[in-house]
Structure formats: C-alpha cells, structure tokens
Design a protein around this ligand. Structure first.
Ligand code: DQA
Length: 148
C-alpha cells in the first residue's frame, strides 16, 4: 500500500535545529530509513515536507486521489494551531498517525494541545527519530489487518 510521511514547518532543518531536543538525524536520513522500512514490508513510502499550511493541506487532498492508505504526520507547530489541517484530515478520511520527535507533554503548555490527536489513529511522541520508526511499524501492522 501507499504510505505518506508528511512533515510540517521547520522539519527541513532537522539535524541542525535545536539538536538537544530534536536529535542530529536529518530529514533526509529519516525519510530514507522509512522508505527502506516500508519497502521491506511490501509497501511504498513517499514523503513531503512544507513550511506552508496550504501546501500541507494540498498534499493531504492529493493523498485521496493517489490512493494513499495511511499518513504519518508530524505537523510541527501546526499541530497546536491548525484547525485547517484537522479539517483536511477529516475531509479525506485517510487514517493517520500523529508523530513528534520530542515529548510534547514534557514541554511548554502550548504544546500540550493537539488539533489532530483525537481524530488520529494514535500518537507517538518523545522517541526522537525512533518516533517515526515506531509509528511506521504500527502503520504496517494496521495495514496487515483485513479491516484496515
Ligand atoms: C514537534 C513538536 C512541536 O511542538 C514543534 O512545534 C515542532 C516539532 C516534534 O516533532 O517534536 O516543530 O512536532
């Protein structure tokens, strides 16, 4: 099946950006690892990063047309602000897993609320780049179930 890794604002700076919080792996490293992990399980992973809310929304809409089965989404700060992203996920009705490198609940109070979490399949937060790997593992298991 097709899986999309969707990365929001500032995640293009991974590896350079606040490495104590977000680690030293770049987004390219993470995407390459995810593509390999997906392929090994017989799936096809593509990825998209944008700093712009409307581009992310456009990519979510496109995911309906290109038969994407599941989305891994780290919406960055838009997690905490964007009703529009939430509405896009609700509109396409594609299951998605919310991902964060950092443990958002151990950080500033404004990161504790997510506009996406309650309509997500689940949330993985706090394991650095392993958050993506764990989320993809959960996605692969879900896609293997007949009802998924
Ligand atoms: C983040 C957490 C968000 O609060 C923050 O705005 C980010 C990254 C994470 O992966 O830990 O940009 O989504």
């Amino acid at each position: 099946a097709k899986i999309l890794a969707l990365h929001g604002p500032n995640l293009n700076l991974l590896g350079v950006r606040e490495p104590d919080i977000y680690g030293r792996e770049t987004l390219a490293d993470i995407n390459a690892g995810l593509a390999e992990q997906a392929q090994a399980a017989g799936h096809e992973l593509s990825w998209y990063q944008s700093n712009a809310e409307h581009e992310l929304i456009g990519r979510i809409h496109q995911a309906r047309d290109d038969q994407t089965a599941l989305i891994l989404c780290n919406a960055g700060a838009f997690t905490h602000t964007s009703i529009a992203l939430r509405d896009a996920f609700a509109a396409v009705a594609i299951p998605f897993i919310e991902v964060h490198l950092s443990n958002v609940h151990a950080r500033e109070p404004f990161r504790h609320h997510s506009y996406l979490a309650d309509i997500a399949v689940g949330v993985v937060s706090g394991f650095g780049s392993d958050s993506y790997r764990l989320a993809l593992d959960a996605a692969i298991r879900r896609l293997a179930r007949p009802e998924a």
